[in-house]
Design a binder for this molecule. Structure first.
Ligand code: 4HQ
Length: 244
C-alpha cells in the first residue's frame, strides 16, 4: 500500500510511523509512506500556507494554492486512489471502515491545522471525511496516525500470521478475554486454572465465555450488532441470570 500524507508538520510523524509494527512494515516494503510538507508547494514569497477567513471570525484557514499543488503532485489519476480528510464532521472510524480502507492500494491523507482547510480543497479532492471521535483536536495529524495504525495492521503480512489469525476469531465485534503470562502466581494472584490445564477445548470455552462476559459488562451496546450463534446467546442469558 502507498500512503501519501499531506501535512504542515511532517516531524510529528517520525516516531509513530518509524517504530514497531508500522516501522517494520515500511522496512519490509509492504508499506510505502511519503510524508509531504504542504509548505514546499507554497508559491508566495513568505511560503505562507494559511490566511484569514472570509466573513471574519477566529483562526486561520489553510489556503487553496499550496494544497491544490500538493494534490497535483501526489495524484496520478488512478481510480484506485482514495483521498481522506480528517475532521469531526466525518464518519467515525470503526473496525469495519478500517477493513475497507485496508484493501485500497493508494491513500492520500490530508491533515488540516488551525480552523481547517478552504472548502474548495475538500470539494475538489476529498473522497471521504473521517473523524476519530467526538472531540476537537488542534490538527489532523494525530487522526492520520490513528487511521494508519488501525488500517495498516489489517494489511496481509503486516502482523505476524499467528496474530492475524487470532484477530479473525475475535473480529466478530466482541471484547477480548483476559490474558495472562508467567508467573503462575504473583503476589498471591493466580492465573485461572483452566489456562494451565493444556485442555484446548476447555480453554476455548473459557475464553469465549470471558469474552462474552467482558462485552456484556463493559460494552453491552456491542451485543446488539454482534453476529452471535445460538450457543453464544445461551451463554449471554446464563451470564445475565447468574450475575457472575
Ligand atoms: N480535527 N477526528 C482537524 C479533529 C478531528 C477529529 C479538528 C481535525 C481540527 C483542523 N479530526 N481540524 N476529532 O478534531 O478527526
Amino acid at each position: 500500500m502507498l500512503i501519501d500524507i499531506l501535512t504542515l508538520f511532517p516531524e510529528m510523524f517520525d516516531g509513530v510511523l518509524g517504530t514497531s509494527i508500522i516501522g517494520r512494515a515500511r522496512e519490509n516494503k509492504i508499506l510505502d509512506i511519503n510524508i509531504i510538507n504542504i509548505r514546499d508547494f507554497a508559491k508566495n514569497k513568505h511560503k505562507q500556507t494559511d490566511d484569514y477567513p472570509y466573513g471574519g471570525g477566529p483562526g486561520m484557514i489553510m489556503s487553496p494554492q499550496p494544497l491544490f499543488d500538493a494534490f497535483y503532485h501526489v495524484l496520478d489519476g488512478a481510480p484506485e486512489t482514495r483521498v481522506v480528510y480528517f475532521s469531526p464532521q466525518g464518519k467515525t472510524l470503526r473496525q469495519d471502515i478500517a477493513q475497507e480502507y485496508a484493501k485500497i492500494p493508494h491513500l492520500v491523507l490530508l491533515c488540516g491545522h488551525y480552523e481547517g482547510v478552504d472548502q474548495r480543497v475538500i470539494d475538489r479532492f476529498v473522497d471521504e471525511e473521517i473523524s476519530i471521535g467526538d472531540y476537537i483536536l488542534t490538527g489532523g495529524e494525530l487522526p492520520a496516525m490513528v487511521f494508519i495504525d488501525c488500517v495498516c495492521r489489517l494489511i496481509p503480512g503486516v502482523l505476524g500470521s499467528s496474530l492475524s489469525a487470532e484477530d479473525e476469531s475475535f473480529s466478530k465485534g466482541l471484547l477480548e478475554y483476559p490474558h495472562y503470562t508467567r508467573p503462575q502466581e504473583y503476589e498471591g494472584l493466580k492465573v485461572p486454572e483452566v489456562l494451565l490445564s493444556g485442555n484446548h477445548k476447555e480453554i476455548e470455552k473459557w475464553r469465549k465465555r470471558e469474552s462474552l462476559r467482558n462485552t456484556l459488562k463493559k460494552r453491552p451496546d456491542l451485543l446488539i450488532d454482534a453476529n452471535l450463534t445460538l450457543e453464544e446467546r445461551k451463554i449471554i442469558d446464563e451470564l445475565k441470570s447468574s450475575k457472575i
